[in-house]
Design a protein around this ligand. Structure first.
Ligand code: ADP
Length: 203
């Protein structure tokens, strides 16, 4: 493909106009953590709360994206990297649309999360570490995947047979062993509120 013939079109309606119209500051809340750590549960509860508050959001969730956009990808290191790269690009488009975007993917590699952070503007990427010890994730095992992985039925499973690189300095650190879903949602809302994401006047 000849990239030199592809030109980026600037939209007439800008990102900040789209955000202001929604009375918020667009961003991506990038949840990362082990399978079963609580990413989907907390992300859904957070989105419901933001919706109640009249905020405009969109949640991108691991399994759903793998059914469509990324259905050609598996779980090799290379495919995991491409999975996150595409989700990063889609998140960037949602941020351009002025939305508070929430993503819930294991995203095990620091370098991939850094790629997504660098795709969007400074202050638009909020890393949310859903920090749950492996033993607890394994006890919860909401999808029965740990049991399968322990039996060797899943060749590369994060935390068991594939690495998870925890964030070094996440913007938000949630420890689900010590906090309920409601408490976790409140602390994220508190962060967004303090940093001015829930109010267009602080741009
Ligand atoms: P992930 O999206 O990270 O794979 P899920 O949200 O699908 O994880 O599953 C987490 C499971 O843990 C759910 O069954 C949820 O009800 C349970 N759970 C128990 N306590 C908590 C908590 N404090 N925070 C989040 N999830 C919790």
């Amino acid at each position: 493909m000849n990239d030199s013939n592809i030109v980026w079109h600037d939209h007439h309606v800008s990102k900040s106009e789209r955000s202001e119209q929604k009375n918020q500051k667009a961003c991506v809340l990038w949840f990362t953590g082990l399978s079963g750590s609580g990413k989907s549960t907390i992300a859904n509860a957070l989105e419901s709360k933001l919706y109640e508050m009249g905020k405009h959001t969109y949640l991108l969730d691991g399994d759903n994206v793998r059914h469509g956009l990324n259905k050609d990808l598996g779980f090799s290191d290379q495919d995991r990297i491409e999975n996150i790269r595409r989700i990063g690009e889609v998140s960037k488009l949602f941020v351009e649309a002025g939305l508070i975007t929430v993503t819930a993917f294991i995203s095990p590699f620091r370098s991939d999360r850094k790629i997504v952070r660098d795709l969007v503007e400074s202050g638009e990427f909020i890393e949310v570490f859903i920090d749950t010890p492996l033993e607890i994730c394994e006890q919860r095992d909401p999808k029965g995947l740990y049991q399968k992985a322990r039996k060797g039925e899943i060749p590369t499973f994060t935390g068991i047979s594939s690495p998870y690189e925890h964030p070094v300095s996440p913007d938000i650190h949630i420890q689900t062993a010590h906090h309920s879903v409601e408490e976790s949602v409140s602390s994220i809302i508190e962060y967004l509120s303090q940093k001015g994401y829930l109010d267009a006047s602080t741009h």
